[in-house]
Write a new protein. Structure first.
Ligand code: SF4
Length: 336
């Protein structure tokens, strides 16, 4: 009989970030290979041991500087190297961003995530986003930023401005990273994640599936996330949105069960992380999203838009949450 070598502890024994076991890729592959129902059931058990399964964390995402990115990431319509219909925009005005953050809060989001299409910010960009972060934080929202690779001292500056989370995804299996991203490598990502942790920021780090990877490569992605120590507080699992003009526009469809398996395996290997059902939800029927929640997803992007692609509107999300008796997790800032 297969053993899954899980070291799950009783709720009372859990520390905020227990040092996780090291996950070998083959162990994660074994989880993926479990009978579907058993896998979902096991993930649901882990979910219940660590969280209230009815609470869903809601994050609203805003692109504060869109397009024209010098990087070459095959999944991304914001790369200046691809001919997509995306219009390049300069940084949004602070007032406009604050207005969007107020609306997000009024609609029930607890976290406001801001993204800018840069390889990495310049010192002047850090100044500009620090100002924005302080303003958003003062509204009583958690803040998250995704601004690319960071240089020394930048993460500390963002932390001082009031940033709670920094998003920096590992994208795909480290072994195929350079097949998907051509202008930086996996170690560059790890370097920025180290800076983020060192500055005392929380980490939001996930990846994308449906980029023609094999199941074993999906397992490699999950293992690389689960082996971050401490594990990321937030783990967005994205399904590729195929955008015309990007090299992955004709990627093969991923079977929906495989996406649910990925969520379940993320839940089992990262028991205390918020696993976010992220991009690609517009193409997911309600029943599939429901199964993802059952398999341990407990966070969503909430709002009509992701950085540049569509997302289900708040109304349909609230309707689904009502049907499933799920409720939004509230955020109580310690000092605002
Ligand atoms: S994923 Fe980020 S770094 Fe890569 S092209 Fe898009 S905006 Fe630029």
């Amino acid at each position: 009989m297969t053993t899954y070598n899980l070291r799950l502890k009783a709720k009372s024994e859990l520390t905020p970030h227990p040092t996780a076991q090291y996950w070998r890729k083959c162990q994660v592959e074994e989880l993926f290979a479990m009978p579907f129902m058993e896998l979902v059931f096991k993930a649901a058990q882990v979910h219940r041991e660590n969280f209230d399964p009815q609470a869903i964390q809601l994050s609203t995402l805003l692109s504060i500087k869109t397009g024209g990115c010098p990087e070459e990431c095959e999944y991304c319509p914001q790369s200046a190297r691809y001919d997509t219909s995306l219009e390049k925009q300069v940084m949004m005005d602070v007032e406009e961003i604050i207005e969007k953050a107020k609306i997000a809060k009024a609609r029930g989001a607890s976290r406001f995530c801001m993204g800018a299409a840069w390889r990495g910010p310049k010192p002047k960009d850090i100044k500009a986003v620090s100002n924005i972060i302080s303003e958003v934080k003062s509204l009583g929202l958690e803040t998250c930023g995704t601004f690319g690779l960071l240089e020394e001292g930048m993460a500390e500056d963002l932390k001082k401005a009031g940033l709670d989370y920094y998003n920096h995804n590992l994208d795909t299996d480290p072994e195929r990273y350079n097949k998907i991203v051509h202008t930086r490598n996996h170690d560059d990502r790890m370097d920025t994640l180290g800076k983020v942790r060192h500055a005392g920021l929380k980490v939001c780090c996930g990846g994308i599936v449906g980029m023609n990877e094999t199941r074993s490569e999906r397992a490699g992605l999950i293992a690389s996330l689960a082996n971050l120590d401490p594990q990321p507080e937030s783990v967005p699992i994205n399904q590729l949105i195929k955008v015309e003009g990007t090299p992955l526009e004709n990627a093969e469809d991923l079977d929906w069960t495989e996406f649910v398996r990925t969520i379940a395996v993320a839940r089992i290997t990262m028991p205390k992380s918020y696993v976010r059902l992220s991009a690609g939800r517009t193409a997911m029927p309600e029943a599939m999203q429901t199964l993802c929640f059952m398999a341990g997803a407990n966070s969503i992007f909430y709002g009509e838009k992701l950085l540049t692609t569509c997302n289900p509107g708040e109304d349909s999300d609230r309707l689904l949450m009502d049907k499933l008796d799920l409720y939004p997790l509230s955020y109580e800032p310690s000092e605002v």
